[in-house]
Each structure stands twice: as structure tokens, then as C-alpha cells.
Design a protein around this ligand. Structure first.
Ligand SMILES: NC(=O)c1ccc[n+]([C@@H]2O[C@H](COP(=O)([O-])OP(=O)(O)OC[C@H]3O[C@@H](n4cnc5c(N)ncnc54)[C@H](OP(=O)(O)O)[C@@H]3O)[C@@H](O)[C@H]2O)c1
Length: 183
């Protein structure tokens, strides 16, 4: 049974990127590439990918600077209202409801898991539609004060697993459901 997972790194104060979409705080951290919660082990389980426009544009900028090709073999959906350039044949742009896209992703994943890369609001949109099973975070020992938030809606989660990978505290949570506002 395919799970839908928001797998990401975050700052200790809950941001995916700073105000300028920089990941400098992340890319400078020591990490064991084959250690607990490693990206390599995770991506091997993934059959389809979704991301928001800012995340996609970050990847495009990064690839342009580094000369790297599009890194994902899996079919990928980019949520946007704009006509962004396509990085590969496996990429499609969408502004369809998340439930509709999720059904297509799950079919494409063919039993493998679905990865919501980010940003945080897009992941929370999947959660609000009842379509996000897990949040998996690697927490870097850094704060940035403000930026692009990890998961900017109210949810209860259940802690399933914790480990350490060098500088990172890694945790896996089950999405329980929306958390009602206080009275
Ligand atoms: N720390 C990490 O490991 C990690 C992981 C993921 C991302 N990031 C970074 O975090 C930042 C996230 O940026 P962000 O918060 O702006 O989030 P984002 O989800 O990457 O981008 C937000 C944009 O996605 C589009 N979008 C979102 N929901 C949509 C929907 N339902 N339908 C159509 N379009 C939709 C809109 O773009 P339009 O302007 O086209 O309407 C929206 O402005 C990026 O800098 C990214 O590189 C870091």
C-alpha cells in the first residue's frame, strides 16, 4: 500500500528555507549519506513526486549553476499557476486539486510511496485533504528567524521513530488529523 510522505530537512525553528529561499543552512551541515533517515534509502522507495513552484524553481536554479541534470527519474508534478519551463519529460505542471493529482501520483507510483517534497503549505494541503500519511523531518542545528515555514497549518501528529544522523535529529510522524483551534 502506497504511503504519501512529506520528507524534508528543517531548521530547528521550523523553516524549510530562509526568506531568500537559501538552503545554505542545510548544505553546510555534516551528514552521513548512508546513515539513519538517509536520502538514498528514502528515494529508493519513491514512485512519484510532488513539489510547489518555489521548490521547483530552486532546483532549476541549482541545476543551472551546478550543471547537474534533473535528479528525479520518478514522474513529478509541479504545482503552479505559471507556465514554468519543463526540466524533463517526466515533469508536468498542474494547478488541479491536490486530490486529483494525488490519485494520478498513486497510480503512477504503482505501489511505491509518494513524496511531497515541499513547500510546507503544499504538504499541508495534502494533509487537509486527508492524503498525507507521514511527515519525516531531519532537524538541522540552526535557526534562521524567518523564512518558508515547515507546515503552516494546525495538525496533530504521532511520533513513530527518532534517530540521529550526525548534526541532524531525525523524526518520523504519522499525521493524525487537523487540530481544532483553542476555544
Ligand atoms: N529544507 C528542505 O529540505 C526543503 C524541502 C523543500 C523545499 N525547500 C525550500 O523551501 C522553499 C519552499 O517555498 P514555498 O514555501 O514558497 O513553497 P512551494 O510549495 O515550493 O511554492 C509555493 C508555490 O507553489 C505554487 N502552489 C502551491 N500550492 C498550489 C496549488 N494547490 N495549486 C497551484 N499552485 C500551487 C504557488 O506558485 P505560483 O506562483 O505558481 O502560483 C505557490 O506560490 C523553497 O525555497 C524550497 O527550495 C526546502
Amino acid at each position: 500500500m502506497s504511503r504519501t510522505i512529506f520528507y524534508t530537512a528543517t531548521t530547528l525553528d521550523g523553516f524549510l528555507a530562509d526568506d531568500h529561499h537559501s538552503l545554505d543552512w542545510l548544505l553546510t551541515q555534516p551528514i552521513d549519506e548512508v546513515g539513519p533517515f538517509s536520502y538514498g534509502a528514502f528515494i529508493a522507495t519513491i514512485g512519484a513526486i510532488a513539489m510547489g513552484a518555489s521548490t521547483y524553481e530552486w532546483v532549476l536554479r541549482h541545476n543551472e549553476t551546478s550543471g547537474d541534470p534533473w535528479a528525479y527519474e520518478e514522474p513529478s508534478w509541479v504545482f503552479t499557476h505559471r507556465d514554468l519551463p519543463l526540466a524533463a519529460d517526466s515533469v508536468q505542471l498542474t494547478a488541479a486539486p491536490v486530490a486529483e493529482v494525488h490519485a494520478a501520483m498513486t497510480a503512477a507510483a504503482d505501489g511505491r510511496d509518494v513524496w511531497v517534497v515541499g513547500g510546507g503549505d503544499l504538504a499541508a494541503q495534502f494533509a487537509e485533504a486527508g492524503l498525507l500519511d507521514e511527515v519525516v523531518v531531519s532537524i538541522a542545528p540552526v535557526t534562521v528567524g524567518s523564512g518558508k515555514p515547515l507546515f503552516p497549518r494546525r495538525f496533530d501528529l504521532e511520533l513513530l521513530e527518532v534517530d540521529r544522523n550526525r548534526a541532524f535529529v531525525c523524526a518520523r510522524y504519522r499525521v493524525v488529523g487537523p487540530r481544532l483551534p483553542p476555544d
